[in-house]
Write a protein that binds this ligand. Sequence first.
Ligand SMILES: [Zn+2]
Ligand SMILES: [Zn+2]
Length: 381
Amino acid sequence: MAEYDGVIHAPPWLVKKWNELRGMYGIPDIPLRIGRSLHGAHTDLNDVEVGVDLMVNTIPENWHGFSTTDLKKLCGISTAFILAHEIGHNNIHPGRGYNTWGDILAEIDVENRAKARWMNVISDIVVNFNIVNGTNIVNGTPDERKQLADQMRIGLQTEHFLRHCGNIDSHKKLLTAGKVKNNLYVGPSGAGSYPAHEVGKPNTPSKNTPLWVTYQGHGRGEQVYPSIAYSVKKNLAASYRKVSCVKTTGTLRKGTTYGVENVKAYDGRVSPNVQEWEPIKQYKIGGSWHSARYLVPLCPDCGEAAGSIWDNWWLWKTREQEARARAGGSWMFLGTQLFVFEWAGMYATQASGFNGKTGRKAATDFITNISDDMDAAMRNE
Ligand SMILES: [Zn+2]
Ligand SMILES: [Zn+2]
């Protein structure tokens, strides 16, 4: 798809944040571009490109279920984290001890065709650890550095656990039927505004409409919802706590929708002692605990599956989904590695720790406690 200049086509918040990030990380003047690809982000240091989905994630009107304070604090920071990640690929890793990327590749003991991907994941872990601990910030006061590092930490955590619903047509129908609040762009009138379009009719903005405006609202762009853990902790409406069983197991039946009563972290903590954004081992349903790996979170508005990035990697997969994943070789195991080691690093470096411990002990306890689920996820059991 076409490429757009971020200054004109990204929401004002994202443009401001981008300026702050490139200043703090010491890469001034690098432009932000939007929409060359639909998903993800990447950089060659001539510019940083951010996909449409990441841009849409910074529009507060597309976020639902958050308190005003949390919306202000959380909206868009997972996208800001990804931008910091792209910058980090250029100023953190490979770093000390290696001369070339080739040296690192040679040491990675997987099939040749997968070596580069594994290196990317190892690099991602190193980059993200440094970002959430603020080691690659080069400008700003100590307070500003600490603030940015803490924000990036929550940015990564929300990136893993936010629910995104991309069922555009379902949401367009809900909007037309008046079943959801109209959150389409309405002002300022003039450039940017354009009338609501109906199901089946094209989304036709004027040529002056900034790209982001065309993705605001139900039926135009992805909608964003809090994690199940957040929804339980804040006692949100039942629609926010619904999951659907993907594999019949114990008393749960495939295809049935259940309400989550509580959540349990990998060290046995339950809500309200569970954080809004951390790996969840089990959901409490009908008074008993069930593995979260067999339950996909649903969209609170349209009721269709809307799992998080974490769910994409950890949920039990159908034969079809598994075949697709296996076609990529050992790639299907990489997401679980990435998440486990990132979370080991986060538990080790945040005051809340894990299992009553902090530092390296917190990290090793987390790896030990999640290893059975990791094994099951890799075997798709
Ligand atoms: Zn990366
Ligand atoms: Zn939905």
